[in-house]
Design a protein around this ligand. Structure first.
Ligand code: MG
Length: 161
């Protein structure tokens, strides 16, 4: 059985935080605020995979009230989503994501992001799509107040799962 899922996430850009996107730390004047490492791209992909399973979202598996996930690297969340697929006897076919960020330039980091996200999910980098766009200076993304990401995931599950 083929299944698809969708995910979306946004985090606020603030001073004094590291910027982590797609499990890669990117040099920038600001970083994303949140309980974990606030990696909006990895969170959107995690939700897409969980959504394809018909599972609850990332906040259900990793509540932001739980001190265990404070500052948590988001490869942990991706790995758990991948593990849930395997536990149901399935496999991830591919994931695809778009990052919406006015700055910094994302293109130089995309190859590393694909490698790390793929490794965390347990799939080859070539089955991880990551694109980035600016918001043409419009809205909160354009004003560099935050960074958002959307993602889809395709998985195969046994008929009975
Ligand atoms: Mg998030």
């Amino acid at each position: 059985m083929q299944r698809v899922g969708i995910g979306y996430d946004v985090h606020q850009l603030v001073e004094g935080r590291k910027l982590v996107l797609g499990c890669v730390e990117i040099p920038h004047t600001k970083g994303l605020d949140g309980h974990s490492d606030a990696d909006a791209l990895s969170h959107a992909i995690t939700d897409a995979v969980l959504g394809a399973l018909g599972e609850s979202d990332i906040g259900h598996f990793f509540p932001n009230t739980d001190p265990r996930w404070k500052g948590a690297p988001s490869h942990v969340f991706l790995a758990e989503a991948g593990r849930q697929v395997v536990a149901r006897g399935g496999r991830i076919v591919n994931v695809d994501a778009t990052l919406m960020a006015e700055r910094p330039k994302i293109a130089p980091h995309i190859a590393s992001m694909k490698e790390r996200v793929g490794a965390a999910l347990g799939i080859p980098a070539k089955r991880v799509g990551i694109k980035a766009t600016t918001n043409e200076t419009l809205g909160f993304i354009g004003r560099q107040e935050g960074i958002a990401a959307m993602a889809v995931a395709s998985i195969e599950l046994p008929e009975e799962a």
